[in-house]
Design a protein around this ligand. Structure first.
Ligand code: NAP
Ligand code: F7E
Length: 336
């Protein structure tokens, strides 16, 4: 019988870390997760929701900790999901973003290489549609694919572009199996409330339950290609099972505005016109905006056999249902 496969996930406390750990555990992997901070408030929820994950302390900005994490877990597969991932936050903390989201990738790759695992450990790098920046000079309107031009519009996007290229450089220089997933927005029940979709579904549930009167948002016209995170982690795994390391776009091939998201989310609680419940606040607007993102997942569909399962209305519906259930349970406990 083959040995149990081992995976190390950085960003274990994040949205994708949770979905991926679940998927790999179901597939029989021994799952290790890198956790940062001497008192990370999310440690307990990982321990409760995913008791099978073996946590290793470490930080993407501390190369020694990454060497120790790689040596301890001795992974067949390493998924580098950790990052400063919020675009708005990256404008306010650009140096930290560069240290973690850009240089952190180099630290991870070096930890694999200098511990002699360049040939053993397959690496997944979490690249992003934010590298395109909404300006496709080559194929306007067609959807971004692996050959589209990059034009990042935020410190986050620029940092991710460094991570993307250093990952490709290690693939080419050292023959390492490093796959880059250029993922468009993916959301779900585990999404942080600082991101617009979850901020909306969380508020919609609370408005329905009489726990808050309205919601404050930034610009409502930007469009995103929104998929379900559970579908996307399956694509990450497939990239590391592929015969060769490569770059793949994962997307739904549809784009929708925040206004459309609001319409569907409020409809879930029987409200047709969301406008009286939404206030705009410049605090949530960005110095530079990515107007529209639309991805073309043809290569992943053809070469990896990957296909998204959850559609846009299904995504909104499951997120609102989840927030209604959790908010109403929290409200009953508070009033007991
Ligand atoms: P997320 O929920 O924001 O999770 C980010 C993770 O990074 C958290 O576990 C966080 O840990 C960890 N982290 C932050 N700074 C760290 C550091 N210095 N050292 C170690 N860990 C650190 O992000 P996500 O949505 O799961 O996304 C996963 C990855 O995919 C990210 O790299 C993101 O940029 C990229 N991506 C996401 C999307 C999307 O739509 N979700 C699309 C394309 C690419 P703490 O709990 O300690 O903060
Ligand atoms: O913003 C607008 C905002 O923060 C989406 C990350 O996972 O996906 C994510 O980045 C849109 C933007 O996601 C609010 O200006 C309006 O136009 O949910 P978001 P994002 O910036 O697309 C990419 C692919 C990643 O890689 C990132 O890691 O919504 N917006 N009002 C707002 N956004 C937020 N957060 N909050 C608002 O109140």
């Amino acid at each position: 019988m083959a040995d149990t496969r081992r995976a190390l996930i950085t960003g274990i406390t994040g949205q994708d870390g949770g979905h991926l750990a679940e998927l790999l555990h179901e597939k029989g992997y021994e799952v290790y997760g890198l956790i940062r901070g001497q008192h990370n408030p999310r440690r307990e929820s990982v321990a409760v929701e995913m008791p099978y994950v073996r946590l290793i302390e470490g930080d993407l900005t501390d190369p020694t900790s990454l060497v120790r994490a790689v040596e301890t877990s001795d992974p067949d597969e390493l998924y580098n999901l950790a990052a400063v991932s919020h675009v708005g936050y990256s404008f306010k903390n650009p140096t930290l973003t560069a240290d973690v989201t850009a240089k952190g990738v180099l630290n991870v790759l070096e930890a694999v290489r200098i511990t002699g695992r360049a040939e053993r450990t397959r690496v997944y790098q979490a690249s992003t549609s934010e590298m395109f920046g909404g300006l496709d000079y080559n194929r306007p309107g067609a959807g971004y694919n692996e050959n589209s031009l990059f034009h990042p519009r935020s410190p986050y996007g620029v940092a991710k572009l460094y991570g993307h290229w250093i990952a490709k450089n290690y693939r080419e220089s050292y023959g390492m199996f490093v796959a880059c997933g250029i993922l468009f927005n993916h959301e779900g029940e585990r999404r942080g409330v600082e991101f617009v979709t979850r901020k909306i579904t969380h508020a919609v549930a609370r408005i329905k339950l009489g726990l808050q009167p309205d919601i404050e948002l930034g610009d409502l016209w930007p469009k995103r290609d929104w998929g379900y995170a559970g579908d996307f982690v399956e694509g990450m795994w497939r990239m590391l099972q592929h015969s060769v390391p490569d770059d793949f776009v994962l997307a739904t091939g549809e784009t929708h505005s925040i206004e459309e998201f609001l319409t569907l989310a409020f409809a879930e609680i029987g409200i047709e016109d969301w406008r009286p419940y939404v206030r705009q606040n410049p605090e949530f607007m960005r110095p530079a905006e990515v107007d529209i993102l639309l991805g073309d997942p043809t290569k992943a569909e053809q070469e990896l056999g990957w296909r998204r399962k959850v559609d846009f209305p299904g995504l909104v519906s499951r997120m609102v249902a989840h927030d209604l259930a959790t908010q109403s349970a929290a409200a009953s406990i508070a009033s007991a």
